[in-house]
Design a binder for this molecule. Structure first.
Ligand SMILES: [Zn+2]
Length: 350
């Protein structure tokens, strides 16, 4: 496929709707978007199904084929794909991160349009062209297609569990170090770097920093800014044609925890602490990032994460092995065990 080398391909969502009372008006919104209700199916999580799905949606919508997503794994995808009806042309992922990932992936594999309706702003998969799916050992990020429609109901998002909201802050602030790593790879390895995409991701990180306290306090306008930042992160990845503006050494640290640690926290929580550590290595203002995470109620150390100190140290050392081809500050520096301890102690992560 040499054609891909000649063009820079930007894959973006087609419609993005953010507002109030969107879920209770979903039938008429679908109608306006020319999406026939008898061609849709829903993917949702078990909790969301009882708490939101069956309470807020009209009878007509509830009667459509609905698949319950319990985990974002290959096993789950194979089970659900076997049950998929042939006449489905639109898949609506209605729920948290796992639901969105599985629905997005199945839609792509079956050449069906995907509609993203997140119920929590926990990570940047809301509008991105990537789906994170686990095999036996760890999650892999697959490049699929961005959603055809992203629909965010603020009434629902604001009521999401606090932990999921503060986790989203970690994933949004991660762009500070992700962009620094991307720049480094450009300067030292000649990798493609898109200034526009990089700045879009940084803009989101800056605004979420500015509103971090409000997000922690559950203020609606502040949480709206977080959602918009996570959506534009997906758009930044679409413009870049890769996850580079959104995912750097801080994500490798989180992936290493997934692989090697005895306990785990949420994606955005691990990534947030990774951002503190990696911003120290980049010689950035790590104290500022730490404070903003703290303002939002996000974890800032091993205790908050519930992950043993040793696992944190091992993840710092082994993170670069997770993706050797993705050049970051961790690949540039020689991270010995004693250096890893020093980094974690100086940033007060351990
Ligand atoms: Zn992420």
């Amino acid at each position: 496929m040499t054609i891909d080398r000649k063009f820079h391909w930007m894959d973006l969502p087609y419609h993005i709707l953010i507002g109030k009372e969107l879920i209770s008006n979903l039938s008429s919104i679908l109608d306006k978007l020319n999406i026939p209700i008898d061609e849709i199916s829903f993917f949702t999580g078990p909790n969301i199904y009882t708490k939101i799905f069956s309470r807020y949606l009209s009878k007509e919508l509830i009667s459509r084929p609905t698949y319950i997503v319990n985990e974002a794994t290959w096993r789950q995808i194979e089970v659900l794909e076997r049950k998929l009806y042939d006449d489905i042309r639109f898949i609506i992922g209605f729920g948290g991160g796992k639901t969105i990932d599985v629905a997005k992936f199945i839609a792509f594999r079956n050449k069906i349009e995907f509609i993203s309706i997140p119920t929590a702003p926990s990570h940047d998969g809301i509008a991105s062209q990537f789906a994170s799916i686990k095999d036996k050992h760890r999650a892999y990020s697959y490049k699929v297609k961005p959603p055809y429609v992203v629909l965010v109901d603020l009434d629902i998002i604001v009521k999401a569990p606090k932990r999921l909201i503060s986790s989203g802050v970690g994933d949004a602030l991660a762009k500070f170090t992700a962009v620094a790593d991307w720049r480094l790879a450009h300067e030292e390895k000649g990798e493609y770097y898109g200034e526009y995409a990089a700045n879009l991701a940084l803009l989101g990180a800056r605004l979420v920093s500015k509103y971090s306290r409000g997000i922690g306090e559950g203020d609606e306008e502040s949480i709206r800014t977080l959602v918009e930042a996570l959506i534009s992160d997906g758009v930044a990845a679409g413009i870049a044609g890769s996850s580079r503006p959104c995912s750097g050494s801080e994500h490798l640290f989180s992936h290493a925890l997934d692989l090697y640690a005895s306990k785990h926290a949420l994606h955005g929580e691990q990534v947030g602490v990774g951002t503190i550590l990696m911003s120290y290595l980049h010689d950035m203002d790590w104290r500022y990032i730490r404070q903003r995470l703290s303002d939002a109620g996000s974890p800032i150390n091993y205790k908050d994460l519930g992950i043993p100190k040793d696992d944190i140290i091992n993840a710092i050392i082994y993170a670069k092995r997770v993706r050797p081809e993705r050049y970051t500050i961790l690949h540039k520096l020689n991270i010995t065990r004693s250096y890893a301890v020093e980094i974690a102690e100086k940033t007060m992560v351990i």
